[in-house]
Design a protein around this ligand. Structure first.
Ligand SMILES: [Zn+2]
Length: 217
């Protein structure tokens, strides 16, 4: 299976990508992890990427596409892959399409995770971190035994500024402006399947499995 997982921050696509990649014996290709690995390994592309990151600049698409080309060339990607967090823009989608065409391995499908905005905000703003030991909790899905108090060390729990509602709304706006146009791009190419990203994690996974097996036929 050669799939892209698309969805806003907080949609749960990383969790599903990790589980399904294990199940299908294919790599989960996340650009964030890939960049960190390439920088740590000091590969030529990693060194180039680091120059941009050190300046606080965005790593150019050409460098990311180069890293993806390297990653998909490894033996474990022969059976397929799940791209998680890439592409984010139409430009990146076009570059990815060109690369996969050159490799003779086009995408089988794009899975779009649909989650309502109130639910995304609830998920993304619910995180609480311990001032003492850094352990993190979620007010709904993983609450501490006593509200506001760390189970591990008794320290005070607080909300990080990037988890505040204003910042979260801004991240969701950026997603809508940049990435939502990709839904039409892939729909027009007959590649898009949407799954409901709310509900039990197992049910969501089953829905993705069903759509992937339909794609594989
Ligand atoms: Zn603690």
């Amino acid at each position: 299976m050669r799939l892209v997982f698309l969805g806003p921050p907080g949609a749960g696509k990383g969790t599903q990508a990790r589980e399904l990649a294990q199940e299908w014996h294919v790599p989960q290709v996340s650009t964030g992890d890939m960049l960190r690995e390439a920088v740590a390994a000091g590969t030529p592309l990693g060194t180039e990427a680091k120059r941009y990151m050190d300046q606080g600049a965005l790593v150019p698409d050409a460098v990311i596409i180069g890293l993806i080309a390297e990653r998909l060339g490894r033996p474990d990607a022969a059976r397929g892959f799940i791209l998680d967090g890439f592409p984010r823009t139409i430009g990146q989608a076009e570059a990815l399409g060109g690369l996969l065409k050159d490799l003779g391995r086009p995408l089988d499908g794009v899975v779009n995770f649909e989650v309502s905005e109130p639910e995304l905000i609830r998920r993304l703003t619910g995180r609480r971190v311990c001032r003492g030991c850094g352990h993190s909790f979620h007010v709904v899905s993983n609450p501490p035994k006593r509200a506001g108090v760390c189970d591990a060390c008794g320290g005070e729990l607080y909300q990080r500024s990037d988890d505040s509602e204003a910042t979260v709304r801004n991240r969701l706006d950026v997603y809508r402006r940049q990435t939502a146009p990709l839904l039409d791009y892939y729909r027009e190419r007959g590649l898009l399947t949407s799954v409901a990203g709310e509900g039990r994690i197992d049910d969501i996974r089953a829905a993705i499995r069903r759509s992937a097996s339909e794609r594989a036929q």
